[in-house]
Design a binder for this molecule. Structure first.
Ligand code: ZN
Length: 188
């Protein structure tokens, strides 16, 4: 297998640098051991960042180590992110009220008022959830480049009931991770 090279920065937006893939034997309830290094920059890591992967109806959530600077960077919001957050809340709240009103008006008058209200609330909750999801997506895309890079630095590529495959951008981190999980390594 050719040696994996980690590119310093993607040459074009959208092109993700080659990853260091590591597969280890781990069951869903077991804890994954990570080196005490930031998964993004390799400095000492007292903080953490959750990474998740959804396959079908199962979601795997794992905390990877992060240094304080990168953790702070993750909390920073770009102006666009802030704007989208505010607009998202306003639009979602307006959609909630609008859906509630329309559904209450449109459901047959023969139904009890409480039933009108219940159907209206359910529909409004559904519409609001879709709206919030849409805006959260847009917010993720509007993040600062540095924040995107940190999020990209570790990913769960795949998982099963007995194994999890990680992608690490930082080669040093990937090597240290392999060292401490040597007995659990599997072929990717
Ligand atoms: Zn860091």
């Amino acid at each position: 297998m050719p040696h994996c090279v980690t590119l310093p920065t993607p040459p074009h937006p959208g092109i993700i640098p080659r990853m260091n893939q590591v597969k280890i034997k781990v069951r869903p309830q077991e804890t994954v051991q990570f080196p005490g290094l930031c998964v993004h920059c390799g400095r000492p890591a007292p903080a953490s960042m959750p990474i998740r992967k959804r396959i079908g109806r199962t979601t795997r959530l794992i905390d990877v180590p992060l240094c304080l600077d990168c953790a702070q960077e993750l909390r920073r919001q770009s102006a666009d992110e802030e704007r989208l957050q505010k607009i998202g809340r306003l639009v979602s709240a307006a959609l909630f009220l609008l859906t509630l009103a329309v559904v209450i008006l449109l459901t047959p008058a023969s139904l009890a008022f409480l039933l009108h209200l219940l159907i209206g609330l359910l529909a409004a909750a559904g519409v609001t959830a879709v709206s919030l999801h849409f805006f959260r997506r847009a917010q993720t895309n509007a993040a600062l480049p540095e924040k995107k890079a940190i999020r990209r630095s570790a990913q769960i590529a795949a998982f099963s009931w007995r194994a999890t495959t990680f992608n690490f951008e930082n080669e040093t981190f990937a090597e240290r991770f392999k060292e401490i999980n040597e007995s659990l390594l599997m072929e990717t």
